[in-house]
Unconditional design. Structure first.
Length: 160
């Protein structure tokens, strides 16, 4: 089998998993937190448990494989690692990573707060909503960074 085909297939597959899982779990988190304002703490707990699990099962492996297949493609195509569009890609991927790492931690904290609220039959504490606002804010640079990476991968512009 052609190495280029394998590398490109895995690269595209991982980008799809990263972007799709990210946008899907983001929607689920936003919806669950909206429902929590109506007193549905069990929904928040259930959904956030699934979001955390999805990040471990799908996002983490794809996030590791993605740059590896990218480097493989760079090698196979003979591009210099210092192509301007690649440097921009590295920067956007780093921004997405720096935003995603605390997001996972925030999800775990929100999950634990929801579990405590369920155990005590209490509403979701204000701390969960404060953490959610930070989570929501951090999601935007990651989302925009990944969409920028898609554009760079397609157009491969000479930026500088």
């Amino acid at each position: 089998m052609d190495c280029y085909f394998v590398a490109k297939y895995l690269h595209i597959l991982c980008s799809t998993v990263l972007f799709g899982t990210g946008i899907g779990t983001a929607f689920q988190m936003v919806w669950a937190m909206h429902l929590s304002r109506k007193g549905r703490v069990e929904t928040v707990h259930s959904v956030v448990c699934g979001v955390v699990l999805a990040d471990w099962i799908f996002t983490t492996p794809a996030g590791i494989i993605q740059p590896a297949t990218g480097l493989w493609l760079i090698y196979l195509q003979g591009w210099a690692l210092t192509e301007s569009w690649l440097i921009a890609t590295y920067a956007l991927y780093f921004i997405a990573l720096v935003c995603w790492l605390p997001v996972v931690h925030l999800q775990i904290k929100i999950r634990n707060l929801a579990a405590q609220a369920l155990e005590t039959a209490s509403p979701l504490p204000d701390e969960a909503f404060r953490l959610f606002k930070i989570w929501f804010f951090l999601g935007w640079p990651a989302f925009l960074g990944l969409t920028g990476i898609f554009w760079l991968m397609i157009t491969k512009p000479q930026l500088f």
